[in-house]
Ligand binder design. Structure first.
Ligand code: GLY
Length: 369
């Protein structure tokens, strides 16, 4: 008999096999679902940072089932993503998210040579954003030359991967310098992390913190906390440095102390009590990080906390209906609505829930390494 996580993964694979056809018929990379249809990113076309999550989902299902239909759909969107190399102007530090889960996953699971070169191409783009002043530049705005953000801890995996592939230490050195800057400037004494820190692009000195996607300046945007948790865990996996593992554990302790009794995750851990604003993506990302942290440390508390999060999502916020495309409900891209909507379905929520289920079921191909 299947346990609830195996059952959920099986149902998710079935649901996405059907809804993948809807995405393919429209020729898009799904960003979110609305009224029974997939819709593409309303921002920056296929260069938007979320483009890798759809092929990542397909590769997760392919790894679990070996059904070639997922591979075909992953490759359809991989082609759209590699087309963005030519456009270039919108790409930013999130090439890690975008290409590790698409071309990187393809190479990992099939050995496809071109997919490897495309992943290395992306790694070189990320390396090109490294400032010798000590950080990786996040975004492209003229007034954002010194901006670095906590989310980038996830993108560093692409650089660690590139050094392992090529034997060239440059990529890993840049990743370590950025991780050390993040450790020094983003991690707060209570185990929470800032979202955006601006540095002087000439000297690398800290200029100021910006509020970002959370409730307010100095608050705790939960998805940022989850990026820090999983990102430092990945840095520890990639380097075996105890300082990154300690940071991950500190961030995990703070995150765990904020898991709601129903297992769901507030959008910001400092939001007013009167506000019911959830971001289930944060819970799904944190569950993935906690399951990896459990593997590294052997500490049960991380496994137990991950199960609380996954159970909360399965109990309250999964849409198994055939009439709607996406799976995870109550996802919120940004506390102060950025237009993506509040309490909606967004494909990166689906991706991380499926990754967490795969980890619990022993089918996760670990696409971040
Ligand atoms: N990396 C951007 C976000 O989490 O919304």
């Amino acid at each position: 008999m299947q346990n609830r996580y195996e059952e959920a993964a099986r149902k998710a694979a079935e649901k996405f096999l059907k809804s993948a056809k809807l995405a393919a018929d429209r020729g898009i990379i799904p960003y979110k679902s609305e009224n029974g249809a997939w819709i593409p990113s309303p921002y920056d076309g296929n260069s938007w940072w979320t483009g890798g999550f759809w092929p990542g989902l397909m590769w997760q299902f392919y790894a679990a089932t070996k059904n070639e239909a997922y591979l075909t759909e992953a490759r359809r969107t991989e082609k759209l993503l590699t087309g963005e190399f030519r456009v270039f102007k919108y790409l930013n530090h999130d090439v890690g998210f975008m290409y590790l889960l698409s071309c990187g996953a393809d190479y990992k699971l099939t050995g496809d040579e071109q997919a490897k070169w495309d992943t290395l191409h992306a790694a070189n783009l990320l390396q090109g954003r490294f400032s010798p002043a000590g950080y990786i530049r996040a975004w492209n705005g003229d007034n954002q030359k010194g901006f670095a953000i906590i989310d980038c801890m996830m993108n560093l995996s692409l650089l660690f991967w590139a050094s392992r592939q090529t034997g060239d230490p440059r990529f890993e050195k840049a990743a370590r310098i950025h991780a050390d800057t993040t450790l020094r400037e983003f991690l707060r004494p209570d185990g929470s992390v800032s979202h955006i820190i601006e540095f002087d692009p000439e000297t690398g000195k800290r200029v100021r913190e910006h509020g970002g996607q959370g409730y307010c300046l100095g608050s705790q945007w939960s998805r940022g906390q989850a990026w820090g948790l999983y990102g430092f865990t990945l840095a520890a996996l990639n380097t075996e440095e105890s300082r990154y593992l300690e940071a991950a554990q500190k961030i995990a302790a703070n995150f765990i102390s904020h898991i709601r009794p129903d297992g769901l995750t507030d959008c910001d851990f400092c939001q007013p009590d009167t506000e019911e604003r959830l971001d289930n993506i944060a819970g799904a990302v944190a569950a993935c990080g906690l399951l990896e942290l459990n593997k590294i440390t052997g500490k049960d508390e991380y496994h137990i906390a991950a199960l609380r999060l996954v159970d909360g999502l399965l109990d309250h916020c999964c849409d198994w209906s055939d009439t709607r495309c996406g799976l995870l409900t109550h996802c919120t891209a940004s506390y102060h609505d950025d237009g993506a909507g509040r309490h909606t379905n967004i494909t990166y929520g689906d991706y991380f829930l499926v990754e967490a289920l795969a980890k619990l079921n022993g089918t996760d191909p670990m696409l971040w390494r």
